[in-house]
Design a binder for this molecule. Sequence first.
Ligand code: NAD
Length: 333
Amino acid sequence: MDGSQNTLLITGGLGFIGCALCARLLKDKPDWKIVILDDYSVGTLEDISDVTGQLIDGSHLAEVSNVGPIKVIKGDIRNRADLENAMQGVTHVAHLAAQTSVPISAEDPLLDFEMNVTPVFHLLDIARISGTKPKIVFASSNALLGRAPQPVSETSLPSPIAPYGASKLAGETYLSTFGEAYGIPSVSLRFGNVYGPGSFNKSSVVAKFIRQALNGEVLEIYGDGSAIRDFIHIDDLIDAIVKSLDFKTSRNEIFQISNGSETEIGYLTDQICEAFEQRNLPRPTVQFGEERAADMKRNVSDVSKAQDVLGWTTTIPLVDGILETLDWFLARR
Ligand SMILES: NC(=O)c1ccc[n+]([C@@H]2O[C@H](COP(=O)([O-])OP(=O)(O)OC[C@H]3O[C@@H](n4cnc5c(N)ncnc54)[C@H](O)[C@@H]3O)[C@@H](O)[C@H]2O)c1
């Protein structure tokens, strides 16, 4: 790395978090070169064009396309040659591409392993062999903490209860080991429940309920609505990623990244219903279903380390974020 030009590789850069990260970087770090590696399995060139306002020069069939100044390489993170190609000359990596579904990880744990563990290993091993030491920011997850006592923090003992959590923990372990053994710097960010504009492909509760309500479907709460989750707005999450790209470390540093506040699912659902009424739309119908055995009763993060060490904090109240998300879905319809 000669420091003259920062070049960031974003794996999975066409997805929910990747598009928002690109939009932010175009504004805040216009001198950075951005390269995306994505297989188009979820995200599309149109998605990133919508979010960034940049024009597409290319197609899904092309090996390389451009969206404004962003170079998009079509490739698979499971293929080492694709990663080697995409990593040429990069100073930073935001590793976002993954198998992102907990239920799919339970149905197909080998797929989850191949998507979430070996690509992290390859990224690190390619960096080790090239001797370039790019800074890697890894999209990890709270899921690796499983049934650890709440609120969870960086000192909680990980005990994943689904293959998805195990694969994210394995990724963090390789990052930590390659930091110690080869001095490759990295930051693992354990995301909570991310919501916000751009989440049309997501099956997490805010996006799912808004999509269902717009289709006139009934919203089903599992259990009595008292389950507690910790929701973080995409813009607050992107702040944490950008601060992590700038964070100086010679090894792996872990941060819990969520809002650090407890929200009952019943309250969240009420706020979504209120948002519909504020926009003069029919109030969605809500029903209560069976509690799911594997669901945690309470899941919340202690984010004080990220506040103290990363100098990061959240700023967007849930109520505002929900209304903004609904407006975004309405504009996209
Ligand atoms: N969104 C959340 O609530 C949340 C919470 C915790 C952790 N995370 C993690 O954050 C990361 C990004 O999540 P997201 O919500 O943006 O997901 P997403 O599904 O919206 O985006 C993932 C992107 O990766 C691409 N991709 C998938 N498989 C690929 C492959 N084999 N090769 C290359 N590209 C591939 C997809 O086309 C998509 O554009 C993931 O690692 C996820 O596990 C997300």
